[in-house]
Structure formats: structure tokens, C-alpha cells
Ligand binder design. Sequence first.
Ligand SMILES: Nc1ncnc2c1ncn2[C@@H]1O[C@H](COP(=O)(O)OP(=O)(O)OP(=O)(O)O)[C@@H](O)[C@H]1O
Ligand SMILES: [Mg+2]
Length: 273
Amino acid sequence: MLPPVPQTHPVGATAADHGVRLQVRDVSVSFQVKGRARTVLSDVSCDIATGEIVGIVGRSGTGKTTLLNLLGAILRPTSGEILLDGQIFDRPTNKVITVFQDYGQALLPWRTVRCNVSLGIERRLDKATVAERVARALAMTQLEAHVDDLPWQLSGGMQQRVQIARAMVMEPEVLLLDEPFGALDAMTRATLQDDLLRLQREAGFTVVFITHDVDEAVYLADRVLVLGGSPAAVVREVRAGLPRERNQLDTRESPEFVTARRVLADELGGGAQ
Ligand SMILES: Nc1ncnc2c1ncn2[C@@H]1O[C@H](COP(=O)(O)OP(=O)(O)OP(=O)(O)O)[C@@H](O)[C@H]1O
Ligand SMILES: [Mg+2]
């Protein structure tokens, strides 16, 4: 029999009183479609703590990207509010950076790796600082050997690392990732998962990511939020209680991992999403 999941919460906001970075308070989102309101999220509440890694799972079309866009202030709620460090957060800022789903299209094909990475800072920082930050981001993502390549000369995994490097140069405090490794093969994906954990350990930023892969959710996250219902809300959260130092073989075989994975798969309907 599987051991009980140590800390699961059926519904809603649970974050610690201290160190809360982002707060989603009773948020609803409706879109107007042909003159009618389509309510996608209803009364969503959750807190994200500083330095926390939070995964979001849920069936396709539930509202995961919509929630991530709220967290990045790319979208404003129809009702309710988003707070960043206790302040109403309704305009994008360099503190909170989103890595979008379609990395193939996100890179500018005529720019080299170096120039894609410098994109977000080259107009607002002096040349020396730009060069220094770009070099650091390229080293962190192990792309130094490809600085002069164009995106189409890179593998899919490298292209995704360029996207992550592009976010790193902004020195974000919160990194939002929409299905960051979705289109990649299993081995590349595992490498990038570990790269992300390493970067997070080095830089200490807060991470919120979306995935369709339950194993990935448990492996990367401190806490996984399940979005469900229509309109959607946070119907469950699961904290596997894994140590921060993870490794692809041992962690995935640990009882905590197996249990959390099972709970999430059940919640999502046998893992089908
Ligand atoms: N700008 C928009 N106008 C109208 N409806 C929208 C808009 N953006 C999203 N929606 C609707 O909101 C719902 C949730 O979309 P969202 O992209 O957040 O889902 P998702 O959970 O990210 O799905 P997937 O896993 O397929 O990426 C969908 O029904 C979608 O049609
Ligand atoms: Mg989506």
C-alpha cells in the first residue's frame, strides 16, 4: 500500500504568512466571445512563497495559461486581485519574467544566440553590463560554444536553453514557465529539468511552471496546484515533501514521489489530461 501523502490540501490558498511573493485573491477571469461572457477562472486563490517552485497541472483548456498570464500581469483579472510583495500587481515588470510555450517561434531567426539572449536588456543597460550579464546567462545555460549560432542551427533543447538564458539576463525574481519542456524528447527534458533546478538553487528565484506531465510536476515542484472544474479553480494542492537536491533516478523511485504522482494522476483522471 502507498504511504499517505504528507501534506495535501483539498482546496485553495495555503502559503505561509512569511515570504509570500505573489498572491492570487478571489480571482475570476471572463473573456467576451461573440458578445457573451466565457468565464474561465472563478474564485481562484493561491499564494506563491519567495523561492518556492510551484507546478500547475490540469486538463487542456482548463485555464492554466490564463492563470500564468495573471501571475505575470500580462492579463488583468475580471474580478479579484493579484498582489506582488503585498502591492497590487497590474503591470508587467522585469522582476517577473514569462517564458512562453512556443520557444521555436519566440526566438528571432535572424539574431545569433548572443543577440537573442541580450534582447531584453540591450536598450536599457550599458554595453559592459549587457556583455557581462549575457556571458553569465550563457554560461549558466551551457551555451558558450553556440554564441554565434542562429536559432535554426540549434537543437530543440538548445533553443529552449536560449529562451531560459534570455529570461536569466533579466535577473528575474520570479520565473513563469508555460510548458517549458513539452516538445522535447525524454532525455533532453530530464537534462533541462535538472538545469532549471540548478539555476534556481544558484539564483534563488521563485518559479511557477505549467506542465502536462505529472512526473515532471512532482520532480520539479515543491508544491503542485491542480486546476479543475469549469470555470476552473484550484481544486487540490499536493506537496510531495521531496528534498531540494533531486536526481532523476533516486527521486523518481522514492515513496514520496510515487505517492504524490499517484495522487495527482488520480485527481486528473488516471493521468489522462
Ligand atoms: N483571449 C481569449 N478569448 C477567449 N477565450 C479565451 C482567451 N484566452 C483563453 N480563452 C479560453 O480560456 C480557456 C482556457 O485557456 P488556457 O489557454 O488558459 O488553457 P490551458 O489550461 O492553458 O490549456 P492547454 O493545456 O491546452 O494549454 C479556453 O477555453 C480558451 O478557449
Ligand atoms: Mg496553455
